[in-house]
Design a protein around this ligand. Structure first.
Ligand code: PLP
Length: 450
């Protein structure tokens, strides 16, 4: 029995669960998706909140360029480029046996400064927000000061009185840990069993306390929450529920809008934009998608990608049960090579906020992510970690769909010929070269087997 019902009973009400349990690659287009004007209110946050987050990041820019000289070239703004993927698009067309009209692009959050993953948006933003709150209350700073003053022993001694805790599969811990330690906070990262050794080593080299668990992400988060509850000086970064993380991610959209305009890429009803976002607990893709809906309205279509072994958001939104259900409830093991995506229970906050704003969800096997990792490298010269490839099959899933989705969304073949498909690459450039070589070898081997 699962939540009071037999498996057969679940299958008859929700037939796709059968495919999820069989670990088959699955695509589901959301019949409840609604126009932005109707559904954006579900989120409980507004464009003003995103603008506030953006302004905060700008206030911190003068500090960031001192503390992290690699951000100097962008004026202390943590942002990534976009890259066209014409060769990969051709190879995908062959691989999936489909014509793939439109243009395929990559958003290179894999190469974000400071922590080399999408977590350099939300994770760093939440640490900065917390630091600003403390510094303003402690009279270390006023809103009009040059925040470069935070790059000082005095500021580090001030923040040293405070602690930050977080539970993570790796990349969130890396972002919170590197940023928190630079400001002077005492940071503890509670790491799940699947976290890579190099991420733990890197954090320890920054003076971060790493606590390791033999269980998965949910347990690491619960332990972080527990540590913070018993200590008033400790701020817990709640990956499952944090509005600040979500807002930190959402700022990406207005910046993307400028990048697309600079590349002469139109986004409107006749030039739709499809964005494919790898999803773990949901905060990063949810926050980015919220920002995208505010920036582009109904012209943007957001689709989440998950590993076949961890389809928590698909399961939660499809059943409407959100965080009341986990993939483990159905015997799905939540074991995947895709760092950051090994999450068995989705964020209830994100699932409920975004359930009418997201167009679709699909799953990808680990083998496919590895194969695409090798294809991406050979065709475009870009090296990514496995999870960052989850968005690549999205273009073929949308163009090959047989659920009536494109017709429902009013997307003609003419509009689809003018569409832009953006793969959100979420991590990769901090992966040590020997690990990257092993990923590539595995991917090439899978490609050779066909
Ligand atoms: C965290 C992460 C994601 C997904 O973010 P969630 O907020 O957990 O959904 C995707 N890719 C990578 C590489 C990540 O580290």
């Amino acid at each position: 029995m699962i939540l009071g019902r037999t498996l057969e009973n679940w299958y008859s009400s929700y037939p796709l669960i059968r495919d999820l349990v069989a670990l088959q690659e699955t695509t589901w287009f959301n019949p409840a998706v609604a126009p932005v004007a109707e559904s954006i209110g579900d989120v409980g946050l507004t464009a003003a909140d995103v603008a506030d987050a953006s302004a905060r990041l700008t206030r911190f820019a003068s500090y960031l360029r001192l503390a992290f000289p690699e951000t100097d070239c962008s004026g202390g703004i943590i942002e990534s480029d976009i890259q066209p993927l014409p060769q990969l698009q051709n190879l995908l067309s062959e691989r999936y046996g489909q014509t793939l009209p439109g243009a395929l692009w990559l958003k290179r959050d894999s190469h974000l400064p400071i922590s080399g993953s999408i977590k350099a948006r939300g994770g760093i933003y939440e640490v900065l927000k917390h630091a600003e709150d403390l510094a303003l209350a402690g009279k270390l700073l006023t809103l009009d000061d040059d925040y470069a003053v935070l790059h000082s022993d005095k500021a580090r001694a001030f923040f040293g009185q405070y602690k930050i805790a977080v539970g993570s599969t790796g990349n969130l811990g890396l972002s919170i840990g590197i940023m928190g330690a630079a400001l002077g906070f005492q940071v503890t990262v509670h790491m799940s069993a699947d976290a890579r050794q190099w991420k733990k080593d890197k954090l320890r080299s920054h003076g971060v306390t790493v606590v390791e668990y033999s269980s998965d992400y949910s347990v690491a988060v619960a332990q972080g929450r527990k540590q913070a509850e018993s200590d008033p000086a400790c701020h817990f970064v709640d990956d499952e529920n944090s509005v600040n993380l979500f807002l930190g991610y959402s700022v990406a959209a207005e910046r993307l809008k400028k990048q697309l305009a600079a590349a002469n890429i139109a986004v409107d009803a006749q030039h739709p934009l499809f964005v494919y976002l790898p999803c773990g607990v949901g905060g990063a893709p949810g926050g980015v998608a919220f920002g995208l809906k505010l920036a582009f309205g109904d012209a943007v279509h957001c689709i989440f990608a998950e590993p076949t072994h961890s389809p928590c958001m698909l399961l939660g939104v499809y059943t409407g049960l959100h965080d009341e259900v986990s993939v483990q409830d159905f015997g799905i093991d939540n074991v995947t090579a895709a760092d950051g995506l090994a999450v068995g229970r989705a964020s209830g906050f994100v699932g409920k906020a975004m359930q009418r704003l997201l167009d679709g969800f699909y799953t990808v096997s680990d083998e496919e992510m590895y194969s695409l990792l090798a294809l991406m490298e050979s065709s475009e010269g870009t090296r990514l970690e496995p999870s960052a490839l989850a968005g690549v099959p999205g273009i073929a899933r949308v163009l090959g769909e047989q659920q009536g989705y494109l017709a429902r969304a009013g997307l003609s073949s003419q509009a689809m010929a003018q569409a832009t498909h953006l793969v959100w690459a979420t991590g990769g450039n901090m992966v040590p070269s020997d690990e990257m070589d092993a990923y590539l070898a595995k991917g090439r081997q899978l490609l050779a087997k066909g």
